[in-house]
Ligand binder design. Structure first.
Ligand code: SF4
Length: 473
């Protein structure tokens, strides 16, 4: 019997996972996976894991926390094999438990199967109900449900089972699975979340972003196409299945915030997309000021673009604690009261007496921006204008991004003027959706824009969001 307990919502918009897989005989695949995951840390900071196969059995190391704190030399050395998959996780609500850290391993004795998933399966609950009664779920994750659905599908090998079960999964899945002797990578027909392929000497890699390929010294080959299933083994990369993609919907938010600026999707460097959005925003919503500053780091590329197009000099004002990661230690009340100062410290001498334009990637709840405005005013800023390089976020995501519920999204119940007042800015302007699509240079009909316009590419009513539910027992 499946039991669901509802729970509190997360405060901000977070990605949920970075995935990395490598097939490479004679290579230290665990070590390469570690550095791959290390470069995907921005996609999840609350848990990490690596599973390797030596052709006979699997070995995993998993833990809560940053990649660098989960693994050490000894643990990496204990992971011997020729193929591995790894995962960095942004824990979903209530899911910050070791049992939910991926890869998910189905212990099937002589035919083990492990999965690393980026995305969210909307119909996970329905699928869980359809599983045979002898299946005992060991985690609260939709990924484990996917694993059991695949296992119970028809097919003479894993790739056939994946193909048979493919259309049962509604939602977003960029997935790398590990079997005894190969990797299989596949992506939902919408292509919500990224999945790229690369080559490192004689090894082959599948991972979330090209920045991970760069980090381990691999060459980018191509992206896994929406609906494509590839096998990666000693023969290289082979497409073994293609499910027709009727509506491509790459997540526009990957360009806005989620991905690293040095990654490339759809042939577009994320940094340049963000810079173009800043330029377009400067044309759409100009304002006189002495300085353009970014909310680091996700607003930096866009602020550079805004500065370039407006002719107003760009400068640094907010110094970010880049080593902050995620802490489970609750700060004392007086530190909590200082709010954003744990994350950002302003350069008072530079702010004093200036008219400042702050450029950020998005506003979700508005509480952080409100604190930043207050902080800059306390430092003597004469004017504080906010320019946001995405349209208002009005609707929740069902495709793997941890957004708060609709009523917690400030733009779902306030217009721009009301938000401006709430934040306390002298002016506030958002980039138009058309402007953002234009900046991406991706075919606008092949982008998901649901959190900006509420137009979902598939029915989501009553859909499962793993960030909203605590447990599935
Ligand atoms: S709803 Fe927003 S965050 Fe989610 S996939 Fe679509 S564009 Fe991305």
């Amino acid at each position: 019997m499946v039991n669901i307990q509802k729970l509190k919502y997360k405060e901000s918009l977070k990605d949920k996972c970075g995935i990395f897989g490598i097939y490479g005989k004679g290579q230290d695949v665990a070590r390469i996976s570690f550095f791959g995951l290390y470069s995907l840390q921005h996609r999840g900071q609350e848990g990490a894991g690596i599973t390797v196969t030596d052709g006979k059995c699997f070995k995993s190391v998993k833990g809560l926390g940053l990649v660098s704190s989960v693994f050490n030399e000894e643990k990496i050395n204990s992971l011997k094999g020729f193929a591995s998959i790894g995962h960095t996780r942004y824990s979903t609500t209530g899911g910050n438990k070791l049992c939910n850290v991926q890869p998910v391993v189905l212990d099937l004795k002589d035919d083990n199967f492990a999965l690393a998933h980026n995305g969210n399966i909307i119909n996970a609950m329905d699928l869980a109900h359809e599983l045979p009664p002898d299946v005992k779920l060991s985690s609260t994750s939709d990924t484990e449900i996917m694993g059991w659905v695949i296992k119970n599908s028809t097919g003479k090998n894993w790739e056939e089972k994946i193909l048979t079960s493919f259309n049962k999964f509604q939602g977003a899945f960029s997935m790398i699975v590990l079997t005894k002797n190969k990797l299989i990578a596949f992506r939902d027909t919408y292509g919500f979340r990224p999945l790229v392929l690369g080559k490192l000497n004689k090894s082959y890699i599948a991972c979330s972003e090209t920045c991970a390929l760069d980090t381990v010294g691999a060459k980018f080959i191509r992206e896994v196409a929406p609906g494509e299933i590839v096998v990666i083994d000693e023969r290289g990369i082979q497409t073994v299945g293609k499910v027709k993609s009727t509506k491509k919907s790459f997540c526009l938010f990957e360009y806005v915030y989620l991905a690293r600026p040095d990654s490339v999707f759809n042939k577009q460097l994320v940094h340049l997309v963000r810079q173009r959005s800043g330029e377009i925003l400067a044309h759409e919503s100009p304002v006189g000021a002495d300085m353009v500053v970014a909310v680091p780091d996700s607003g930096t590329s866009a602020a550079i673009g805004y500065s370039k197009a407006s002719g107003i000099p760009y400068g640094e004002v907010l110094i970010k604690n880049r080593y902050i990661g995620r802490t489970f230690i609750q700060p004392e009340q007086h530190i909590r009261d200082m709010g954003v100062r744990i994350k950002f410290n302003p350069l008072k001498e530079i702010v004093n007496g200036k008219r400042i334009i702050i450029v950020d990637d998005s506003i979700v709840r508005g509480t952080t921006m409100k604190k930043i405005v207050k902080m800059l005013r306390n430092c003597g800023a004469k004017k504080v204008h906010i320019r946001v390089c995405s349209p208002p976020v009005t609707d929740p995501c069902y495709f793997g991004i941890d957004t708060p519920d609709k009523n917690k999204l400030i733009a779902s119940h306030m217009n721009v003027k009301q938000i401006e007042k709430f934040i306390g800015a002298d002016s506030l302007a958002y980039l138009s959706l058309e402007g953002l699509k234009k900046a991406s240079r991706v075919n606008p009909n092949q982008l998901c824009t649901s959190c900006f316009d509420g137009k979902y590419p598939m029915p989501v009513q009553g859909g499962f969001r793993k960030d909203v539910f605590e447990t599935i027992i």
